[in-house]
Design a protein around this ligand. Structure first.
Ligand code: COA
Length: 522
């Protein structure tokens, strides 16, 4: 017998609900203001210079590339936020997923109005992460290139290491070997290593009198060889489409180039999707904006997780699994936008029972080939002598093992706190969920600020305890996390269904692997 639990529509006008809604309105106001700032490209002067050359802005280019009236899921808009004196809004690169001629594509667009589209550490992290997403979800990858390469003052932080600039080209080669189509549209500069982005693509379009590709620009050539040459003669669109063969198609301007790109995508095959039992989408019974009324900004307060799930899933239908066991973890089956989904959500800290329940539930999802959504609001595993003696570490290890090896797509949304090892057990970044998003008020750190300060005091370091608490508070915010690419973006809770629907849809481009677990400590 299935027991469909349609949680009764909660009374939405308790004073607590209203308080939460009011406080959340403030959180959202700040969030939207910051989002507008980071999405506004470079300085006015840089934008004017860019436009005077007949070029479109990065987000305008993306708008023209994707199918009209379809959503574009922009990722990590807050990259580099509050770093480098805020000179790199969105880290000077826009990435995201959109539909081009009906194909799901990952788009990576340099923003030349931000320091000439050059790369700092976060720009590279964002570029590489976008490629990872394209690879994991078998998405056509489109590069809208307009970049001066490495931001030279930061070279030591961006050039030599494993996941630094070189990784971009390594990824291109590996993705190509896996049959993932990659297209480049060169709409500006492509210098030094950056030249390999178009050179390693399947097909490359260049804009006449605007796009350039060269391993060494004119100043470098002059210094190295004494040869004087203009950028156009060295590596312009005419040169590369008719002499060198580095590029394949010439376009008259940005709009023409994007049109050519759309035509190429139209000719690409559609991937075979993993089969899932998909049903028609149903809206939840309660409006999504009621979510705000269930989100205390004070993360110490309990959260009504059923009320949240009810507002996220189709028809508010949640078939709960083991409702009466290990109650600090809520598990069950639902649908989002018609896609089946297994939900694992925290109600409180993790116990042995809840860890075992989570492990069992993951096995069910894997066997039934149902993707898993983790709703993280976790202070960690329960502590104390009694629980250590019961073997909390052993049972926690089972959950961590199951999460790491689950062979179905995993999606994580941090809806409150993400603290300590609870982060790992609930598919934190290190566990490679397909996507990880944060709600604006959420926080992430190894432990809460007060707890960290308490720990330091107890180990005799009283002086730094207060400083540490303040640091923890600052360093645990969602914008701090997103600035460093610890997540794929901060989303408004009301957009969660839409975002997850898109994420689940793209995850089906690769067939789910066969389950395989390591050793479970019994
Ligand atoms: N490192 C650091 N800063 C750079 C840079 C680089 N590689 N390339 C550009 N910038 C900075 C400029 O100093 C300028 O900074 P500002 O806004 O603080 O004044 C800003 O980016 C814009 O550059 P500018 O030259 O005014 O813009 P542009 O649109 O006319 O030209 C480029 C852009 C990228 C074509 C041009 O700056 C260039 O050729 N840069 C050098 C590229 C290079 O040789 N890279 C090799 C690195 S691997």
């Amino acid at each position: 017998m299935t027991s469909i639990i349609k949680q009764s529509v909660q009374k939405t006008h308790t004073s607590e609900f209203l308080d939460h809604s009011e406080t959340y309105a403030e959180v959202l106001k700040t969030f939207r203001l910051k989002l507008a700032q980071v999405c506004s490209h470079g300085s006015e002067a840089a934008i004017e210079k860019h436009r005077s050359r007949g070029k479109l802005l990065a987000r305008e280019r993306i708008n023209l590339l994707v199918d009209p009236q379809t959503p574009f899921l922009e990722l990590s808009s807050f990259a580099a936020y509050n770093q480098y004196d805020n000179a790199f809004p969105s880290a000077g690169i826009v990435t995201g997923i959109g539909l081009v001629q009906g194909h799901e594509c990952l788009i990576i667009a340099n923003d030349a109005t931000v320091k000439g589209g050059t790369y700092v550490r976060e720009t590279i992290k964002k570029h590489v992460r976008a490629q990872e997403i394209a690879r994991q979800n078998k998405l056509i990858c489109i590069y809208l290139v307009d970049s001066g390469g490495i931001y030279l003052p930061e070279q030591a932080n961006v050039f030599p290491d494993r996941f630094d600039f070189g990784r971009v080209f390594y990824n291109q080669a590996r993705m190509s070997a896996e049959g993932i189509p990659q297209l480049s549209v060169v709409m500006g500069s492509c210098t030094a290593g950056g030249a390999y982005v178009p050179a390693m693509s399947d097909e490359t379009i260049m804009v006449r009198n605007q796009g350039t590709i060269f391993i060494g620009g004119p100043p470098l050539v002059l210094a190295a060889t004494g040869e004087e040459v203009t950028p156009e003669d060295l590596g312009g669109a005419e040169v590369h489409t008719s002499i060198s063969g580095v590029a394949d198609h010439i376009a008259e301007d940005d709009t023409d180039a994007l049109k050519i790109c759309r035509n190429i995508v139209a000719g690409l095959p559609f991937p075979e999707k993993q089969r899932l039992d998909i049903t028609p989408m149903k809206e939840p019974l309660s409006p999504a904006d009621e979510l705000y009324g269930y989100l205390p900004v004070d993360l110490k307060k309990p959260v009504n997780i059923h009320a949240i799930i009810e507002r996220l899933v189709d028809g508010s239908e949640f078939r709960e699994f083991k409702a009466n066991y290990g109650k600090t973890l809520v598990t069950g089956f639902s649908r989002i936008w018609g896609f089946p989904i297994g939900i694992i959500a925290n109600k409180s800290f993790l116990t042995s029972e809840s860890a075992l329940k989570g492990t069992h539930f993951i096995q069910l999802c894997v066997q039934r080939k149902i993707p898993i959504l983790f709703l993280q609001n976790i202070t960690g595993f329960i502590v104390g002598k009694k629980y250590e003696h019961q073997g909390i570490a052993r049972d926690g290890a089972k959950l961590i093992n199951a999460v790491a090896n689950a062979s179905v797509p995993k999606f994580t949304v941090i809806i409150g706190g993400s603290f300590g090892a609870g982060n790992y057990a609930m598919a934190g970044r290190a566990f490679d969920p397909h996507f990880l998003f944060m709600w604006p008020h959420s926080r992430i750190s190894v432990m809460g600020g007060e707890q960290a300060s308490g720990v330091l005091k107890s180990v005799g370091n009283k002086d730094s305890a207060d400083t540490l608490m303040n640091e923890f508070i600052e360093q645990s915010s969602a914008t701090y996390s997103s600035s460093r690419l610890w997540d794929d973006g901060i989303i408004d809770p009301v957009d969660t269904r839409k975002v997850l629907a898109m994420a689940i849809s793209v995850s089906l481009n690769r067939s789910f692997d066969n389950p395989g677990y390591g050793v479970f400590r019994m």
